[in-house]
Design a protein around this ligand. Structure first.
Ligand SMILES: [Zn+2]
Length: 468
């Protein structure tokens, strides 16, 4: 598998530190509101990267943080007259709901910054001891000049950055030794959450959080660090500086960044009125459509969000869903069990679609081409599945489509497409449970069916059901 590494600006063969295992860190959102669709892109594309690596047999340790201490959280808390913790807990819960809707798997660990303050103080202390950081009146800065490799990720000219940074000195940070020095720890202001430290009662800077959480949950050296391209500078550059100066080993081997998401060809912003939360999109579309849309372009290409493109994604997704629905329908009515001779030959061709799919994903996670391979498979299924097909053949077609879509995290089996036979079987089980006075189980089955859009009606002639 090849991955484009921002650090080397090249597509490189992926070789994990430990055979068969992947240690991956993805910068998570700051939780002060519902996540927006710009946040959704890295969540979806890197969840897809993880799923694909798992499909290839890797054991992936996937860590993604929640930044739950930040100016925006404090501002929102003050606005509502509640604690910062209340705000961050609320929006972490909401974020998890959106992730579930988008079929983004929970990370192996979702650390929260406020629960890792001790580790941050330790890392900052080490940096101060080694001369990479200095304290001025309770604020601790990283001494960028001392890290000769500073700028290696963003490939920026430091002198240009320095001269550009000088104009920023009016912001009151004139106590820094160098305009590129950044905050590791800052003293609290009135009404802000704070923690005691050797330098001041205060809170950590944003960059140190990820260095510490990555180290704690994945170790000093990791395979992949990922996030949106807007994080390359300064966030990821600063993470590298902190981690490598503290630990004395390379931080991450592969740096993956997704490109921007534009809205109607313009940058998403609240002031332009083209700012959408995932929740808002979820009111108009199944979030599977959003996931499909995000994967319809390569993750390093800018992606333009528009109503037309979402409609196109919905139609494309439906084509796959309809093919699976059709296979389910044929399966229900199929009379023959075993593969016929001709079907054996056709089934042998199925692996070629998976090979195309894998080749696309191996090429720096080309999800657009991987989807194209699924569509070829769908065309193959549509042209060869028919009334007289055997169950084994229909099952093989369906399993291949569903399993490849699942590698992309796209759910292609509609919930209401529950087989009639399965529904009848559950109804029978419910009747038996009622007879045995196991009403808890009977209710459970009714609810299970309800969640799949099946409504039961107890009549004199027995139980009737319909699709809601
Ligand atoms: Zn980060």
């Amino acid at each position: 598998m090849k991955l484009y590494n921002t650090l080397t600006k090249k597509k490189e063969e992926f070789v994990p530190l430990e055979p068969g295992k992947v240690k991956m860190y993805v910068c998570g959102p700051t939780v002060y509101n519902f996540i927006h669709i710009g946040n959704a892109r890295p969540m979806i594309v890197f969840d897809t990267a993880r799923r694909y690596m798992e499909h290839k047999g890797y054991e992936v340790n996937y860590v993604s943080n929640f930044t739950d201490v930040d100016d925006k959280i404090i501002a929102k808390a003050n606005e509502e007259g509640v604690s910062s913790k209340e705000i961050s807990e609320r929006y972490i819960a909401e974020c998890k709901k959106d992730m579930e809707g988008m079929n983004v798997k929970p990370a192996t660990t979702h650390p929260k910054a406020t629960e890792e303050i001790g580790g941050m103080i330790d890392m900052i202390s080490t940096l101060v001891e080694k001369g990479y950081a200095y304290n001025v009146n309770g604020t601790v800065y990283f001494r960028t000049r001392k890290f000769s490799e500073y700028g290696k990720l963003s490939h920026k000219n430091l002198d240009d950055l320095r001269s550009g940074g000088r104009s920023l000195l009016v912001t009151g940070e004139d106590q820094k030794e160098d305009p590129l020095d950044f905050v590791l720890w800052k003293p609290k202001k009135e009404g802000e959450p704070s923690w005691p430290s050797p330098w001041s009662d205060g809170r950590p800077g944003w960059h140190i959080e990820c260095s510490v959480m990555s180290k704690k949950y994945l170790g000093e050296e990791i395979d992949i660090h990922a996030g949106g391209e807007d994080l390359i500078f300064p966030h990821h550059e600063n993470e590298i500086a902190q981690s490598e100066c503290c630990n004395g080993v390379p931080f991450a081997r592969y740096w993956l960044h997704n490109a921007f998401l534009n809205i109607d060809n313009r940058k998403m912003s609240k002031s332009l009125g083209n700012f959408f939360t995932v929740r808002e999109i979820g009111e108009k579309y199944d979030l599977q459509v959003l996931r499909f849309f995000m994967l319809s372009a390569h993750y390093r290409s800018p992606l333009n969000f528009s109503a037309e493109l979402m409609e196109a994604s919905r139609n494309s997704l439906e084509r796959i869903q309809n093919a699976v629905g059709n296979l389910n329908h044929l399966l229900e009515n199929a009379a023959v069990e075993e593969l016929t001779g001709e079907e054996k030959e056709l089934t042998a061709q199925l692996s070629s679609y998976e090979e195309k799919f894998d080749a696309a994903m191996d090429d720096d996670l080309n999800t657009a081409d991987a989807l194209a391979a699924i569509f070829e498979l769908v065309r193959f299924a549509n042209s060869h599945a028919e009334e007289g097909s055997s169950k084994a053949f229909l099952r093989a077609l369906k399993e291949k489509i569903v399993s490849l879509a699942d590698v992309l995290g796209v759910i292609v089996e509609k919930k209401e497409e529950m087989l009639d036979a399965d529904i009848e079987a559950l109804i029978e089980e419910r009747q038996a449970a009622r007879k045995a006075k196991n009403f808890a189980r009977a209710d459970e089955i009714r609810n299970e069916l309800l969640s799949k859009g099946i409504v039961l009606e107890d009549t004199r002639e027995g139980v009737k059901w319909k699709r809601a």
